[in-house]
Design a protein around this ligand. Structure first.
Ligand code: PLP
Length: 438
């Protein structure tokens, strides 16, 4: 068979997205505006219901789904804003799994906090094999300085949030809420910390838009489980706006969502109390800057891509699931451990397909990647553990389960541009390469 060229995860952009982007460009409004606001409402509706066809331009839904999701330019910005809104600052500790991408940890560092890494469970979660934190170690790591836990739904598989919430509830007495410093942000953060009254759970759902899990007896979609959530719409993600991301949060007792939403707008637009759209109103030129903050808003061109992606999203998720089931069958035949994306209590967003080949060395793993590439199949490794990275100390010895999980891991290509024949080709290439290398 001739070599095919199987890329790792190109974006799936149809003529629908292209046409909507052209409409946005022609509309005269290309930065944050009506398309971004509509995408925010549609995402809020999707997170609440799992449905992508709710009419969020209808008056009752404009009312219902406004002020619940904030679209931004990345998940990194979204996580950072989530942490800043909660008031994370220097002196605080944020607990992050050692097995994740840099953004999960760097956002907390940008806020001035200290990141403490938590090793994962040996070989990951016993059912899904997702590299989830060791929850006993997580509980032991909580001190009076701990303000947030970042959970990561790696590959689209939803963490055991019930367990995480039990832990933070048990540690409630250690939590010391921030006192207001008299600024509008400091005052809001203080009220949020007092209302939540415990370590906050900040979900890194960069991979898991549309994933769901039974939580306290009810099926909940990511975004409706943790206190704060961020999503990524980067080009390699299931759902893309080229670059992009979003923040959302659970309602907080005694604080209006509109107030929280407004603070996200300020944090993402220079602390300017009027956005460009508001300034176009007659006589409304004057504005104030209430904090020297960031610039990480989503543009309407990006939102245009997102609106049409969302129309297609349920179909894209289904196609990814079908492809995964074919990978499952081959991995089971070869005795290769793989992530389990669907269980009786959880449906993943089918983002990444991680496999671990038993009894091999790092060198053999790298050889597998090289030989797959020679056959035209791009693979990857998600992830080289953060403690191994220069910026995070370059030493993984304190995280043996994390290192062990990574050393024999390969991520197979998975995207909706692959045909059934392409998947068969990847499966055959894998079978042959495993025979050669192992
Ligand atoms: C687990 C995880 N968190 C966060 C991010 C950051 O996403 P973004 O590029 O949208 O900032 C990524 C990006 O790949 C990721 O994999």
């Amino acid at each position: 068979m001739n070599n095919r060229h199987i890329s790792f995860s190109p974006p799936d952009i149809s003529e629908l997205e292209i046409a909507e982007v052209c409409e946005a460009l022609r509309s005269g409004w290309i930065t944050t505006g009506p398309r971004t606001k509509l995408l925010e409402r549609r995402l809020a509706a999707y997170i609440e219901t799992g449905k992508t066809d709710i009419d969020c331009e209808a008056a009752e839904n404009v009312q219902k789904y406004s002020n619940r999701v904030v679209c931004l330019n990345s998940a990194t910005a979204a996580e950072e804003l989530n942490l800043r809104l909660f008031g994370i600052t220097s002196g605080d500790e944020v607990l992050v799994p050692a097995y994740t991408y840099s953004a999960s940890a760097s956002a907390a560092i940008h806020c001035g906090a200290t990141v403490k890494f938590i090793d994962i469970q040996k070989d990951g979660d016993p059912v899904t094999h997702m590299p989830e934190m060791d929850y006993d170690k997580l509980e032991d790591a909580i001190t009076e300085k701990t303000k947030a836990i970042v959970t990561v739904d790696l590959g689209g598989i939803v963490c055991d949030y019930e367990r995480v919430f039990e832990i933070v509830e048990r540690k409630r007495s250690l939590f010391k809420p921030l006192e207001s410093d008299g600024t509008s942000l400091g005052d809001l953060s203080s009220r949020i910390q007092k209302a939540i009254g415990r370590v906050t759970v900040v979900a890194d759902c960069a991979h898991s838009l549309g994933a769901s899990r039974v939580f306290r007896g009810e099926k909940k979609y990511c975004g409706a489980i943790a206190d704060f959530t961020d999503f990524s719409f980067h080009a390699v993600k299931n759902f893309t706006t080229a670059e992009g991301g979003a923040s959302t949060w659970l309602p907080i007792a005694g604080i209006d969502n509109a107030e929280i939403y407004h603070m996200y707008q300020l944090l993402s637009l220079h602390g300017q109390d009027k956005d460009a759209l508001a300034k176009t109103k007659i006589g409304s030129w004057e504005y104030d800057i209430i904090g020297p903050w960031f610039k990480c808003n989503m543009t309407d061109i990006m939102a245009a891509i997102g609106l049409r992606q969302l129309d297609r999203y349920l179909g894209l998720l289904k196609r990814r699931e079908d492809m995964m089931r074919r990978y499952d069958a081959v991995c089971d035949e070869l005795g290769i451990s793989h992530m389990v994306h669907h269980t009786s209590y959880m449906d993943s967003s089918n983002h990444l397909y991680l496999i671990r080949v038993p009894e091999i060395t790092v060198e053999q793993r790298n050889k597998i990647i090289e030989k797959m590439a020679e056959k035209g199949v791009a693979t990857n490794v998600h992830y080289k553990p953060l403690p191994m990275m220069t910026a995070y100390g370059g030493d993984c010895s304190a995280f043996p389960n994390t290192y062990n999980y990574y050393h024999n891991l390969v991520t197979l290509p998975l995207h909706t541009k692959l045909s059934d024949e392409d998947i068969d080709y990847v499966c055959n290439a894998l079978k042959n390469v495993i025979k050669e290398v192992c």
